[in-house]
Design a protein around this ligand. Structure first.
Ligand code: GLY
Length: 332
């Protein structure tokens, strides 16, 4: 029996539920009368449908008494290793020159952070990011330096470009037209946030970036404060979508700051999305602008919001692991 089936059986579930709104286990009214969705830990939340398998692994880790940090690393490794997923790890879309280049970041409840960008030939950038955090004096290593560091730490070189993606790239190269894809394959990056039973928060974010990006392009995922931010005293946030927009607004940091100042996780995600739209919707390419944010408060409060319809997230809590349609800003 595969591990997913075992997990579901342990929870007494036959299959993964697909629902359109959060099942609120506990609801608290705030001063402004808005309800917040608050869950008892352990809580794991992650982006897109691939989040279901990542949450499952993260919950398995938490159920063994390991930390939120272990859970966020090991959860996203499942997606990094899946060659059929074309937005993360092996099997990811290459850049315009046919190279798969990976970005990843990780943070713990103490505010420690590690990340890698433009990393090639390594299966698990998230684990290299954790090594940068724990075994180097730095936060972010890039390109050849990140690869040298990984090899020094015992990671093995692997070929990330699968035959399927090589064929796809060769087809694309006949025209070489770069066009961002909205809700690309219903994936685009996995960001995963976890709150363990001891109240420790952690987050991870890993991606192969935008398909056919310019060689050298780095997205939001490895940029602390853009693709990921964790403050163990307040909350955590992560992002998916067109990285340039999160980088210009430092959205994940903004969300955590808003939560520090009393906003619920949901309100904070909505404000961060509106910030992007207020500032950049005049852009001639704004019809392709999609960003999805997730937030998780230290109190188990969760939030999710996107610019456009189509963003989904996976929520594992209280014995369930569900795929949920996020609310969004542009309702035509
Ligand atoms: N959000 C992933 C990227 O823009 O690279």
């Amino acid at each position: 029996m595969n591990s997913r089936r075992k997990f579901l059986q342990k929870l007494g579930l036959g299959s993964v539920a697909l629902i359109t709104a959060p099942t609120i286990l506990a609801q608290e009214a705030k001063n402004d009368q808005r309800a917040i969705n608050k869950y008892k830990p352990p809580v794991v939340i992650s982006t897109w449908s691939h989040g279901i398998q990542a949450n499952e692994e993260a919950m398995n880790i938490l159920s063994k008494g390991e930390t939120a940090l272990d859970a966020v690393e090991k959860g996203v490794r499942v997606v990094e290793a899946d060659p059929n997923n074309h937005s993360v790890g092996v099997g990811g879309y290459p850049d315009a020159s046919g190279h798969v280049t990976l970005d990843a970041s990780i943070m713990d409840h103490l505010g420690n952070a590690g990340s890698v960008c433009y990393l090639q030939d390594i299966l698990h950038p998230i684990s290299v990011a954790r090594k940068v955090m724990e075994e180097s004096p730095h936060v972010l290593l890039a390109g050849q330096g990140a690869l040298d560091f990984a090899l020094q730490k015992g990671f093995k070189r692997v070929k990330l470009l699968t035959p399927e993606m090589e064929k796809t790239w060769k087809e694309w190269a006949k025209t070489s037209i770069y066009k961002p894809i909205v809700n690309f394959e219903s994936h685009d990056t996995i960001g995963l946030l976890a709150l363990d039973e001891q109240g420790r928060l952690a987050g991870s974010c890993t991606t192969s970036g935008m398909p056919f990006k310019l060689p050298g392009r780095v997205g939001d995922s490895p940029i602390i404060g853009a693709g990921l931010f964790v403050d163990g005293e307040v909350g955590a946030a992560t992002a998916t979508g067109m990285g340039e927009l999160m980088m210009k607004t430092l959205g994940s940091f903004l969300i955590v700051e808003l939560m520090r100042n009393g906003k619920s996780a949901q309100e904070a995600c909505e404000i961060a999305v509106k910030r992007i739209w207020d500032r950049y919707s005049d852009d001639q390419n704004s019809e392709f602008f999609q960003v999805g944010y997730l937030a998780l408060g230290k109190n188990g409060d969760i939030g999710a919001y996107a610019i456009l319809p189509g963003f989904q997230y996976a929520l594992a809590v209280n014995g369930e692991n569900k795929l949920i349609d996020s609310d969004y800003l542009i309702k035509k």
